[in-house]
Design a protein around this ligand. Structure first.
Ligand SMILES: CC(C)(COP(=O)(O)OP(=O)(O)OC[C@H]1O[C@@H](n2cnc3c(N)ncnc32)[C@H](O)[C@@H]1OP(=O)(O)O)[C@@H](O)C(=O)NCCC(=O)NCCSC(=O)C[C@@H](O)CCCCCCCCCCCCC(=O)O
Length: 721
């Protein structure tokens, strides 16, 4: 909706009213068309101001309308914006809060833009698999120049009002009431010629070596896009702005948008946008929910253990403005950590332009120092015995009511909780390395965890800039639990004839940031080896005879153990699944040694190498992971498919334009995933992770409903258990 009034005698004020972000739904577009016409035909009105209610200009087109073309009724945006630009009375955009996507395109159609100093603007369409197709790709380069427009449009980043002013994207920045400032401004420009204010009439500012610039940008975009098509279309659209007259440029914008609009990638990215918001509305099997559970404020937090994870967590906490007590009992680690944390904070301050958070951290070598904190995050070595001891000590030292969190990535949170006097005040906070950079936080609750604590930790995660997902307790929680069958399949494929580079290439072409073996080299093969040894899975020399590749009755690959026996721990030793120039180097190169290692291994176990296709790599690795995802849903560990998908997109390098593993399964077709799993399970009866799980079968039997309808089927499956 829109509201219209005449203010200060001669200014027509149009207010967009469409909570939550004044998105340009059909009814708003109708309102704009009608009120603009009203203002222009009223002889008393000499100029017009467009603003948004509740301190927000406009969040752009209504993304919900994009779900089907049938939804796209009402006046189209492009002619609506053209009619504003063509008006013979000055139109001023008063930007409070933000102007994003279609919202900024609307403002670019206005003759002047005034922004509040705290407002942000941007064209984030690329993050939704689209391009700014209401003239944004054509007007922005004409206004601020090709290089700056390319940067904004291909990344979708939001910029501050100050940066927008510097770029010439806004004409004035207001510190107080933006609408008042805009009305005053509108009065001052009434009657002035608008010839020089219509951006579509501008020529793009000339760029020396334009071909080279576009080639360079396209090259960079292709490398970072990992298969996403929207960033490439964005470059093509800006190129059209730079090389074609406006009307032809608009035609190109339209053609490019038509390709993107109906693409699977746009569906996936828009799903991710909403899924990210869905996971914030967490719920627990007990019925506790985000909107009925209230946390309490945390003023002082502590981190126990200042290894790599503890350091990152300390930085992330300090950057929220909290007082942090950082505890490390080992002298050498203590000294190194203090220095490392300072450096990380300095780099962070430089990057963000925000002041240093140094003063807020106090360091101690004694656990007694945490006696008065509100919340503790334990980040000692991943060893159940050690962690149990720490939790017993914390329970004795901390004041009653202190929240105790563990940064374990796999261990049983309930077992740790049972070491304390108040098990209901214990949860897992699974950070991802580097903890001050990576966006994902898995918040792991147990059956006894209090909803108040979950609310506190979810809120704390938000303050740390994390995307927090609440999940139930099981081995590996959601992310690592699903990663295991994926990795196992990668090992089995090596045994059957693949190479690490063949598998990694297939996964990277799919869009993963790194293939399974590069990730393993990065995180260190010894980490998993230690866990497997503790579980009694490792046999010297990989074991012999038929049982060498079987543990507990299921298929097991000792390849990783054999690599570790040879000291090949990955990047840290300069040798792993790949070779590196020197220990610590990141540049992975295929290692000819691997060829003879695998040949010798296959010969020892009577395996005949066969040709493995990319399709088989993807189906076996991804469908095994997806199948486990269905089990996670069936077990109630994740509340819905969105939780799994957000975990994978933000924590495991899953390509966002494919929407997360569960969304991807839906896109492929659940019946196809089921059929392929059945096929591989039949060929490999000793791999139970390939046996399709009952929820998948149930969903297929229910006609493969879209992903947002799965929860109903899950509820039925659970009620039958
Ligand atoms: C705005 C924000 C920065 C605010 O952040 P904040 O943290 O304050 O709040 P939330 O993010 O939690 O959001 C609150 C609430 O609002 C919902 N929401 C936000 N934005 C939108 C929106 N744009 N539409 C709908 N709903 C929105 C959000 O979901 C939350 O609600 P929930 O219930 O889920 O909790 C932040 O919200 C933000 O970043 N928003 C998105 C901004 C954005 O990306 N905007 C761009 C939108 S796309 C666009 O504008 C496209 C235009 O360029 C062009 C359109 C032209 C269309 C032409 C179509 C041609 C089709 C051709 C096809 C031809 C095919 C053929 O014929 O064959």
């Amino acid at each position: 909706m829109t509201q219209y009034s005449r203010v200060s005698g001669s200014v027509g004020l149009i207010t967009l009213k469409n909570p939550p972000v004044n998105q340009l739904s059909a009814v708003v577009r109708h309102g704009i068309v009608d009120t603009v016409q009203k203002a222009l035909s009223d002889p008393k009105v000499k100029s017009v101001v467009i603003c948004g209610q509740n301190g927000m200009f406009c969040g752009g087109a209504d993304i919900k309308e994009f779900q089907t073309l049938a939804n796209m009724r009402g006046p189209p945006l492009i002619p609506m914006i053209h009619s504003i630009e063509a008006a013979d009375k000055p139109v001023v955009a008063a930007i409070e809060g933000g102007a994003f996507g279609g919202g900024l395109e609307l403002a670019l159609g206005c003759h002047y833009r005034i922004a509040h100093s705290k407002a942000k603007v941007g064209l984030p369409e690329v993050t939704l698999g689209l391009l700014p197709a209401a003239g944004g790709s054509q007007r922005l380069p004409r206004l601020i120049g090709v290089p700056a427009a390319l940067s904004l449009i291909t990344t979708g980043r939001h910029i501050t009002a100050a940066e927008a002013l510097q770029l010439g994207l806004v004409d004035q920045v207001a510190d107080h009431n933006t609408v008042d400032a805009a009305v005053k401004f509108a009065l001052s420009v009434a009657g002035q010629s608008l010839d020089a204010r219509r951006i579509s009439n501008f020529q793009c500012p000339p760029v020396p070596n334009m071909d080279a610039l576009f080639e360079d940008v396209m090259q960079k975009v292709r490398t970072t896009a990992r298969g996403a098509i929207a960033p490439i279309a964005c470059v093509q659209a800006v190129r059209a702005a730079a090389t074609l007259p406006y009307t032809q440029g608009m035609q190109r914008e339209k053609e490019l948008m038509a390709t993107l609009f109906t693409s699977g990638q746009a569906r996936a990215l828009q799903y991710c946008f909403f899924a990210q918001r869905v996971v914030g509305r967490w719920s627990m099997p007990s019925g506790a929910r985000w909107d009925t559970s209230k946390g309490r404020p945390i003023h002082k937090a502590a981190v126990i253990g200042l290894g790599t994870m503890g350091r990152g967590i300390t930085v992330a906490l300090a950057q929220t403005g909290l007082s942090v007590v950082a505890v490390e009992t080992q002298e050498k680690q203590f000294m190194e950590a203090k220095k490392a944390v300072s450096n990380m904070l300095e780099r962070g301050a430089k990057r963000s332009g925000k002041p240093l958070a140094h003063g807020k951290i106090t360091y101690s070598q004694s656990l007694q120092a945490v006696a008065d904190v509100d919340l503790v995050i334990e980040a000692v070595f991943e060893d159940m015995g050690l962690k149990k001891k720490v939790f017993q000590q914390l329970s004795a030292v901390c004041k009653p009511g202190t929240f105790l969190c563990t940064n374990t990535s796999t261990l049983d949170v309930d077992e740790l909780a049972s070491q304390t006097h108040q098990p209901e005040l214990v949860v897992g906070m699974h950070f991802f390395a580097p903890a001050h950079i990576m966006k994902l936080l898995e918040v792991v609750y147990g059956p006894r965890s209090s909803p108040e604590l979950v609310a506190v930790v979810m809120e704390l995660g938000k303050k740390m800039g994390k995307v927090s997902v609440a999940v139930g307790n099981c081995r590996g929680f959601v992310g690592n639990r699903m990663l295991k069958p994926y990795r196992d399949q990668a090992y089995f494929l090596l045994e059957e004839g693949a190479t690490p580079q063949l598998i990694d290439q297939a996964l990277e072409e799919f869009g993963f940031a790194m293939g399974a073996f590069k990730v393993s080299d990065l995180s260190g093969l010894d980490v998993g080896w230690k866990v497997r040894k503790e579980e009694g899975l490792v046999q010297p020399g990989g074991g012999s005879g038929k049982s060498a590749r079987i543990r507990n009755g299921v298929r097991y690959s000792p390849l990783g153990d054999l690599m570790c026996e040879q000291g090949r721990f990955g990047q840290k030793t300069g040798r792993g699944w790949y070779q590196y120039d020197k220990p610590g180097s990141r540049d992975a190169r295929p290692d000819p040694w691997m060829h003879s290692f695998l040949e010798e291994y296959r010969a020892r176990h009577g395996l005949v190498a066969r040709r493995i296709s990319n399709q088989e790599v993807l189906e076996r690795c991804l469908y095994a992971m997806i199948n486990e995802g269905f089990r996670v849903l069936e077990d109630g560990i994740a509340a819905g498919p969105e939780d799994i998908d957000i975990i994978y997109v933000f924590g495991y390098g899953w390509p966002r334009h494919r929407g997360g593993p569960m969304f991807y399964a839906n896109m492929v077709g659940l019946e196809i995933v089921l059929e392929r799993l059945e096929h591989y399970a039949q060929a490999n009866p000793d791999m139970p992770t390939l046996q399709p799980c009952s929820l998948l079968r149930k969903l297929v039997a229910s006609g493969s409903p879209p992903v947002n309808k799965w929860k109903e089927v899950i509820k039925n499956v659970r009620s039958q258990l």
